[in-house]
Each structure stands twice: as structure tokens, then as C-alpha cells.
Design a protein around this ligand. Sequence first.
Ligand SMILES: [Zn+2]
Ligand SMILES: [Zn+2]
Length: 73
Amino acid sequence: MTTDVKQTVWLGPGVVRFTVLCEACLAECSPKEGRYATVLEGELPLSRVREAATCPHGHAFELVRTSAGRRAA
Ligand SMILES: [Zn+2]
Ligand SMILES: [Zn+2]
């Protein structure tokens, strides 16, 4: 059984680097490999608004930059 739900990472207007936990890995991998196995680190260049990414185990992520001047709900 695999987890097909794409996870979204919201980044603020000036944020390039991010570190998030993969929820799918938390469920599937953490019990076997430990907590560190669930961490996804990456970068979204300031020129990019939206980009796809995958965690080390292949779960899908979408990186989305929130616009300046308006707080994300
Ligand atoms: Zn994962
Ligand atoms: Zn994993």
C-alpha cells in the first residue's frame, strides 16, 4: 500500500531553504528507520513560485510560495 496524497509545503515570500516532515514517511518509515528518515530538506529559488519535489522515499511534494502582502490563511 502506498500513500498517493501529495503534500504541500508553503514557503513565505523570502524563504529559500525549508525542512519539513514527510507525513507519509512518518506513517510508513519512521517505525523502521527512525525519525530522521522522515525529514525532507530542500530549496525553492526565489524566482520560483511552484515546484514539485519528492522525499527521499519518493513521496510527492509540491512547493508553493505564498505571495507577499497577504498572509496565507
Ligand atoms: Zn516520504
Ligand atoms: Zn520514507
